[in-house]
Design a protein around this ligand. Structure first.
Ligand code: A2P
Length: 307
C-alpha cells in the first residue's frame, strides 16, 4: 500500500477568546421531503477574515451562539464539520458550508432545545455569526488521493465532511472507487439525496448506498445499519474493502464504529483495524459487543470522527 500523506493544515487562527465574523449567505433544508428531523445546509461567507481560504474539507468550524448558559457564562463554542470542498462551496473560495440538525429532545417530560444548533438553523441570509477555527488535523483526505479508493460510512449529519470530500474527489476527475454508505431512520431523512443521486448517475466510480433503519427489516429481522452494508452489499463492498489501497472513513453517532469494526473483523478485513489486547477466542463471530468495543481500534487506514 502507498504511504498515506496527510496535508499540513492550519489550526486555530481564531479561537473562542478571539473569534471573527462570517456572514450567512444561504440556509436551506437539505432533505428532499418534509421530515421530522430538520437538517439544514448553511453557507457562510468568510471574505475579509483571516479564515478565508484556510479551511480544508474534513475540518470543522466553531460557532459561538450569543447569550449565556444557565450559570450566566457565555455559551461554549460548538464545532461543526464543513460540508464544502477545499476550493469552497459551489466553487467560490470564500464560502464554506456546514450541515446542522436541530437538536431538540424530550427527556423525562422536559423538552430541551439545542442552543447552538437552533441558533444556526434560525439564521437568516445577511446575519453575522461569530466563528472560530480551523479545527481538526487528521480527518482529511490524503494529498495523494489517486493512490487510494475510499469508503465513507455516515450516520445522519455525519454525512457533512463526506459531501465535501466526495465533491472534491469527483470534481477533480478522481478515477478510483468511492462509496458513500449512509444510514438514517426513514427515506425522508436522506440528506442531499438529489446531489448524491446525480453524482451516482454521472460517475460510474461513485456508489451511494442508503441504509434505512426503520422501514424494512433484514431477512433475520434486524435493522439495516451502515455496518450491515458490509454484509448486505458484499457484492459491491467485498472487492473494494478487500483491496490493499482502500481507506475507510466513518463519521456520525458514537457507537457506529464498533459495529463497523466488528463486521470488518468478521469478514477478515483486518487491515483497517488494530487489536488492543488479546481476544478471548480467534473467531470474531464469538466476540460480544463489549469485547469488540474494547478490542478493535482503527488502524492508519481508518479515519474516525464520532460524537
Ligand atoms: P435507529 O435510530 O433506527 O436505531 P439520525 O442521526 O438521522 O437519527 O440517523 C442515525 C442513524 O443511525 C439511524 O438510522 C439510527 O438507527 C442508526 N443507528 C443507531 N444506532 C446505531 C449504531 N450503533 N450503529 C450504526 N447505526 C446506528
Amino acid at each position: 500500500m502507498s504511504e498515506i500523506i496527510l496535508p499540513e493544515v492550519e489550526l486555530n487562527i481564531h479561537t473562542p477568546k478571539n473569534p471573527t465574523e462570517a456572514v450567512v449567505v444561504e440556509n436551506y433544508v437539505c432533505t428532499a421531503e418534509s421530515s421530522p428531523n430538520i437538517v439544514r445546509h448553511i453557507t457562510l461567507d468568510l471574505t475579509g477574515t483571516e479564515l478565508d481560504g484556510h479551511f480544508r474539507t474534513g475540518q470543522s468550524i466553531g460557532v459561538l451562539a450569543p447569550g449565556e448558559d444557565h450559570r450566566g457564562k457565555p455559551h461554549k463554542v460548538r464545532l461543526y464539520s464543513l460540508s464544502s470542498p477545499t476550493k469552497g462551496e459551489g466553487g467560490n473560495q470564500h464560502l464554506v458550508s456546514t450541515t446542522v440538525k436541530r437538536a431538540n429532545e424530550e427527556v423525562d417530560g422536559t423538552f430541551y432545545t439545542g442552543v447552538c444548533s437552533n441558533y444556526i438553523c434560525n439564521l437568516k441570509v445577511g446575519d453575522k455569526v461569530k466563528v472560530t477555527g480551523p479545527s481538526g488535523k487528521r480527518f482529511l483526505l490524503p494529498e495523494n488521493v489517486d493512490d487510494f479508493n475510499f469508503v465513507f460510512f455516515a450516520t445522519g449529519t455525519g454525512i457533512a465532511p463526506f459531501r465535501g470530500m466526495i465533491l472534491e474527489l469527483l470534481e477533480s476527475g478522481f478515477k478510483g472507487q468511492v462509496v458513500l454508505v449512509f444510514g438514517c431512520p426513514y427515506r425522508t431523512d436522506v440528506l442531499y439525496p438529489e446531489l448524491f443521486d446525480r453524482l451516482e448517475e454521472e460517475h460510474e466510480n461513485f456508489h451511494f448506498v442508503k441504509m434505512i433503519s426503520r422501514e424494512d427489516r433484514r431477512p433475520d429481522g434486524s435493522k439495516y445499519y451502515v455496518q450491515t452494508a458490509i454484509e448486505d452489499r458484499a457484492d459491491l463492498l467485498d472487492p473494494i474493502l478487500g483491496s490493499d489501497n482502500t481507506l475507510i472513513y466513518l463519521c456520525g453517532m458514537k457507537g457506529m464504529e464498533t459495529g463497523i469494526y466488528h463486521n470488518l473483523a468478521k469478514k477478515g478485513f483486518m487491515g483497517y483495524l488494530r487489536l488492543k489486547g488479546q481476544p478471548s477466542t480467534e473467531d470474531p463471530n464469538e466476540w460480544g459487543w463489549k469485547e469488540a468495543k474494547e478490542l478493535l481500534k482503527p488502524s492508519d487506514r481508518t479515519f474516525e470522527e464520532v460524537y
